[in-house]
Design a protein around this ligand. Structure first.
Ligand SMILES: [Zn+2]
Ligand SMILES: [Zn+2]
Length: 283
C-alpha cells in the first residue's frame, strides 16, 4: 500500500489527528484502567499500599488531563514528522523482520529502552536546575501527590524535549515498527504505574534480581516528594551509578508492602518529616 505524501498539509493534519486519537486513547486506557482497578474497585485491598493519604488538590485530575492532552498533541506532531522522515528514507525503521532476524527484536527493544533511560535521566537532572525547573518541569511537579493521570502531565517544552528522542533515535538505531509500538505502550504503562501512588509490586520485589532495577510507584513518589533523588524513567541503574537513589527507598518499600490493618497504616506523609520518613497515621 502506497501512503500519500505526508508533507501535504491535508495528510499531515489527518495523520496527526490519527496519532492524537491513538496516543490519547492509550493514555485514557491505562490511566483509566489503573484508576478504576486500584481506586474505585478495590480501594480497601490497596489502601495500605497508598503512599500518601492526603487528598488530591481540587481540580488536580482536570489539570493533569489537560496538560496530558497538550503532551499528546506534541507527541502526535512528532509522530507525523517521524513518519515523514521515514518516507524520505532518513530513518533506520524497517518492516521485514528477516532483515535483522527474530533475535534482534528483543535486543533492539532493550537497547532502545536503555538509551531512552540514559537520555531521560540526564534530561531530568538538567530540568531540576532551578532556572530550568521553573519554566520546564514545574508543571509536572505541581502534582505533589501523583495520580495515574500525572503520567503525561508536562509543560509543552518538557513534552517537546521528550518527543525529540524518538525521531533522533530512529535515525540511528535499526528498529522494527512492531518494537516502536511495544516500546511506546510500555512507556505509557510504566508512567501510569510510577505515578499511581499505590505500590503494586509484591513484597521484597525491590530486593529481587529484576525488581531492584525497576522503578515503581514508591521509587517515583520519593522523587515527587524530595526532588533531589530518583531521577530515572524505567530503571534504577543511573540513580545507582550516580548515587542519586533515595536512601529512604528500601525502607519505605518494605513498610508500604507489609500487610497492615487500616487503622495501623504507616504512611510516609509529608516533606516536613524528611528526617523521620515513616510517620504513623491514626485513623
Ligand atoms: Zn513524575
Ligand atoms: Zn522531576
Amino acid at each position: 500500500m502506497q501512503l500519500p505524501d505526508l508533507l501535504n498539509p491535508y495528510w499531515f493534519f489527518i495523520t496527526t489527528a490519527i496519532f492524537f486519537i491513538i496516543i490519547t486513547g492509550r493514555y485514557f486506557l491505562f490511566a483509566g484502567l489503573f484508576y478504576t482497578i486500584f481506586y474505585l474497585w478495590l480501594p480497601k485491598k490497596w489502601i495500605s499500599r497508598k503512599l500518601n493519604n492526603r487528598n488530591y488538590k481540587d481540580g488536580q485530575f482536570k489539570k493533569e488531563v489537560g496538560w496530558s492532552m497538550v503532551t499528546a498533541f506534541i507527541f502526535s506532531v512528532s509522530g507525523t514528522i517521524t513518519m515523514i522522515f521515514w518516507q524520505r528514507g532518513f530513518t533506520k525503521v524497517y518492516t521485514d523482520i528477516n532483515l535483522y532476524g527474530w533475535w534482534y527484536l528483543p535486543c533492539s527493544l532493550v537497547i532502545f529502552m536503555v538509551l531512552h533511560e540514559t537520555y531521560y535521566y540526564w534530561l531530568h537532572r538538567w530540568m531540576h536546575k532551578p532556572k530550568v525547573f521553573k519554566i520546564v518541569h514545574k508543571i509536572h511537579h505541581d502534582s505533589n501527590i501523583t495520580s495515574p493521570f500525572t503520567a503525561f502531565s508536562f509543560h509543552p517544552l518538557e513534552g517537546l524535549l521528550q518527543a525529540v528522542f524518538l525521531p533522533v533515535m530512529l535515525m540511528l538505531l535499526p528498529v522494527h515498527y512492531y518494537i516502536i509500538i511495544i516500546q511506546l505502550t510500555i512507556m505509557t504503562m510504566s508512567s501510569v504505574i510510577n505515578h499511581l501512588d499505590i505500590e503494586i509490586y509484591p513484597r521484597n520485589f525491590n530486593k529481587t534480581i529484576i525488581g531492584k532495577w525497576l522503578i515503581g510507584a514508591t521509587h517515583h513518589s520519593l522523587h515527587h516528594k524530595h526532588f533531589k533523588f530518583n531521577y530515572g524513567l524505567y530503571f534504577t541503574v543511573w540513580d545507582k551509578i550516580k548515587k542519586t537513589e533515595s536512601p529512604l527507598y528500601d525502607k519505605l518499600f518494605d513498610t508500604i508492602t507489609k500487610a497492615r490493618q487500616q487503622e495501623d497504616i504507616v504512611i510516609y506523609s509529608s516533606a516536613s518529616s524528611a528526617n523521620n520518613p515513616l510517620t504513623k497515621k491514626a485513623h
